[in-house]
Write a protein that binds this ligand. Sequence first.
Ligand SMILES: Nc1ncnc2c1ncn2[C@@H]1O[C@H](COP(=O)(O)OP(=O)(O)OP(=O)(O)O)[C@@H](O)[C@H]1O
Ligand SMILES: [Mg+2]
Length: 440
Amino acid sequence: MVKSDIQNIKLRFGIIGNTEGLNRAIDIAMQVAPTDLSVLVTGESGVGKESFPQIIHQFSRRKHGPYIAVNCGAIPEGTIDSELFGHEKGAFTGAISDRNGYFAEANGGTIFLDEVGELPLSTQARLLRVLESGEYIKVGSSKVQKTDVRIVAATNVNFADAIAEGRFREDLYYRLNTVPIKVPPLRERPDDIALLFRKFAADFAEKYRMPSIQLNEQAKRMLVEYPWPGNIRQLKNITEQISIIETNRDITPEILSTYLPDMGNSSRLPAFVGGKGAHSGNKSFESEREILYQVLFDMRRDVTELKKLVHEIMTEREAAGHHVAHPVDSGSHFLQTPTVDVISDVPMVMPQQYPQVSQIQPVNKVSSITPVSNVSVKHTDSDYQDTEVYVEENLSLDDVEKEMIKKALERHNGKRKNAANDLKISERTLYRKIKEYGLE
Ligand SMILES: Nc1ncnc2c1ncn2[C@@H]1O[C@H](COP(=O)(O)OP(=O)(O)OP(=O)(O)O)[C@@H](O)[C@H]1O
Ligand SMILES: [Mg+2]
């Protein structure tokens, strides 16, 4: 394919980079698009696999037909057959009417099966049949249905292992992998790293209406030498974190290293890799970040509530004549008011509803939920020595909180009541925070 065609595709699909491996992957996508062959896009998490099924669809004869992206890893095993192939009324409890699945909806178009390696074996058998004959059967039915769907699948798992361990059917793998497209990891594209950084920095500068962050020469070198386990998603994420948090826009290696995990420093915010909704698309990064902000926000609220509770318990016990080791006794500014942003060894409840964010390192190390009656309010010397660390972490959490509030207000067109509901805080607290952060 001519070089200028590849450049045009990159422009159209927002793909940055110019390394051989990337160009080759785009070239294959273009060549295979007009055929109906199945394509398997492979590559580590965050390398940018999601653009490829879109390119293939847009350059195929199906481009006016439907394009459906399904994240196979996000659908529970119990419902995936019904989601993909539909069900008949009465097929199972709750099946109150007939339902078409994605394979019926995508008739005449393309279906993108993201994280295809996560499909349960029973679903793999159904998928193999569609690939071989275009036929499928709705759950609870015996009638064979036909569909005309082009399948593009993606995975970041190693199929050789999955096949060897009996988790993935070998025959299905060969069917899906008629044409393989391999998207290279970022560490094999060193020349693209600075390009991507500059683009993301400019985008976030515009989004947050701030001057763009700039790297000095040594910081640039550090960026290129970093192995990027989370690939482009991680680079984008970190560029956004730095853009939001750092007031000094000139980024030195010292600052940069605090954002790169395993550089001898822990990242201020975790690099978030993986996990998204059932329908993945270009917005997946956005929603991951939102979830991350929400988790941090929730954690912060939980901690504040716990601190209040501890303070109340202490006050009650003191009133009842018990002596508690009160921090004020030792001259520290710990817990002088119920809202002081310092955390002791009080256990914190991790929000259960976000199981996919287990990589987050909580602000405070907490692993279990201890009944409140067992909460110890004794403070050791090391607690006091930790104060500075917490103050620093709280500064960046302030930024996150401010960002969360801004986003919630935007989402609800400035309606404070709805934004407060969304954030699960009272309107009064929201009002106070808006004032505090100057968000009026
Ligand atoms: N070449 C690129 N230029 C600009 N942005 C990119 C590029 N590649 C990826 N991105 C961005 O990086 C993020 C991750 O890409 P994508 O969601 O396609 O990853 P993925 O390979 O599907 O990862 P996973 O296996 O975890 O699903 C997205 O926000 C995407 O827009
Ligand atoms: Mg993906």
